[in-house]
Design a protein around this ligand. Sequence first.
Ligand code: GDP
Length: 365
Amino acid sequence: PLVTGIVGLPNVGKSTLFNAITRAGAESANYPFCTIDPNVGVVDVPDDRLDRLAKLFNPQRVVPTSFQFVDIAGLVKGASRGEGLGNKFLAHIREVDAITHVVRCFEDENITHVDGKVDPEGDIETINLELVLADLESVERRLERTARQKKSGDKEVAQEHEALLKLREGLAEGIPARRIGLSEEERERVRHLNLLTFKKVLYAANVGEEDAADPDANPHVQTVRRIAAAEGAGVIPICARLEAEIAELEDEERRQFLEELGLKASGLDRLVAAAYRLLGLITYFTAGEKEVRAWTIREGTKAPQAAGVIHSDFERGFIRAEVVAYEDLIAAGSMAQARERGMVRLEGKDYVVLDGDVMHFRFSV
Ligand code: GDP
């Protein structure tokens, strides 16, 4: 499954946010195969379409799709030089698909800031510099090898070497890898290094309760927005403390509470939705009397691989898929009507699944 790692300096609110995530927690009965790792939080991906489909099918159960966050505490200044538990944490970040970077935007005299004052710009620079330095080290280590190997005349090694030289130059100036102009081919050659600064970033601007209703009034949030815009990163303002409280409430209470605050969705829901988009993920549905369920795939996934998310047998034995677009199905009002109106298509193994497709797979075992 795809995972986003939560990083940030100490005392910015990472644990508070992570607690909100685990408390809001996905219905664990739906994920019996998830390993129980205290640093991994599974959340449901909110989706209105699932509720509408449930009304249509009246199934025995409705299962949302889920998303994982992993808490990567311990990133401090000097981590790339092995300070703190530095390198170990950097290795954890290497394994995630995207990064949620928590930035402190709340003022609170009782909670020390590691550098003495609330300074989102400085904090972001500190973390990004550690990531850049860690990447620079990986690139330099790899360059020693490619310098030797390229004498063999291998074209791919030569390409990798060129790409590494470009990366070294950029990283040495503090530029993250994602912003160093590599061609698609060059990126492919260095993909195996899993560079930290190739990963997409979502900034979670953590504001205090007093700013929860209107976080953009907080000038620190504006600073984070400015930096994110320049980097092409996403921003979600959030009040981690409030989210941790909201996560404790039952559905109806939660709705009322959010309404009182003048909010449509919890910050956590917005964070999950933003992380989902950032990773280029989309949702398709399966729907029947037993179960209406949402499934996550990457954009561009073909029908057999999409079926494989449900079960590997579905992918191996894939024959065809019956597909109806969510909007069409809702407009038709029932599967039978959709069929009658010719909205249900039969698609083969080259069909690229679209967001909102309602799928029924035919397969042989
Ligand atoms: P971490 O070190 O980044 O994991 O930070 P924590 O989540 O442990 O938070 C550090 C301190 O900041 C804790 O005492 C939190 O209660 C507090 N904190 C987190 N979010 C907020 C907030 O929105 N407002 C205020 N006033 N304090 C917060």
